[in-house]
Design a protein around this ligand. Sequence first.
Ligand code: SF4
Length: 363
Amino acid sequence: MRFIDEFRDAGLTQKLSKRIARISIKPARLMEFCGGHTVAIMRNGIRQLLPPSIEMLSGPGCPVCVTANHDIDRAIALAGIPNVTVTTFGDMLKVPGSYSSLQKARAEGGDIRVVYSTQDALQIARDNPTRSIAFIGIGFETTAPTIAASIVQAQKEKLANFSVLCHLKMTPPAMKALLDLGEIKLNGIICPGHVTAIIGTLPYESYARDYGIACVVAGFEPVDILQAVEMLVEQIEKGDPRVEIAYTRGVKPEGNIRALELMSDVFDVTSAAWRGIGTIPASGYKLKDKYARFDAEKVFKIETPPAKEAAGCRCGEVLRGVVKPPECKLFKIMCTPENPIGPCMVSSEGTCSAYYQYGDFNE
Ligand code: SF4
């Protein structure tokens, strides 16, 4: 198949759905790690195309959602420092921190600008040489190469007024942390397509080898996801867990070597705080010392009061796959996309947001 329409073909999805129902005998609990997959699954009614033997759970794969309140608070505090312009992707604006959000900080006079790429942030730095332009670096391995490239570019241009508040995270350690917590028993993982395009499949080998979990890397169209489920079910039924790629048009087993080299030039691996999971060793990126002049943590003195969580919000449990959004008492009542209490309702890839938008169709 070559064209996107073919990956949305209703006839093919029906065929795959029937074949999965035919071959799925054992109960199978599958988790999609990636928020992009969560939205695609909900939007396309994929759960309704699967037999009762298969249960689907959503994981911690929305980068905005897993950002700890403490880190959001630091981004907001950065915007309060005189002469600082904060640049950020739009998803971050409405995310509530402990006491405020970037949107509220902007309404109160903070210079906070939404950008569509790190190149936009660099351009703002070039156009405003007397201001300090800080980019909020939230994301996974898909975003890390573009942020690394912006830092290398800033170094090349000697852009002294550009910096990054780096809260980038690595997905495989978070998945391993979830498995080690043991709260949920999984048989298979739908591995993230875009992340794997960068990091390759090697990091997932231990899930299959050490935890006996089937792993298939999937794309984001209905046929992509059902193909991945079919491959997972085949592995589970045969008792032969391994790592396979369904998303062959986007992913190579070795990943993107150039992107990995760029990331290893700019970043060191560090521990990172994950909402709902806690601090996970070696699960985040920080700027190497040689790029310290672009590290907002080092350039600015950022001070925040102790972080706190919104009362009643169950985002942490949602992100661990322990509860589904309707199990949160605030869902759809107090917490809506217009008035979000937690980040899972804000982000376009958030599980609560996906349930809010497509839940009636799915339930
Ligand atoms: Fe948090 Fe709202 Fe989701 Fe409840 S519905 S877990 S308050 S984001």
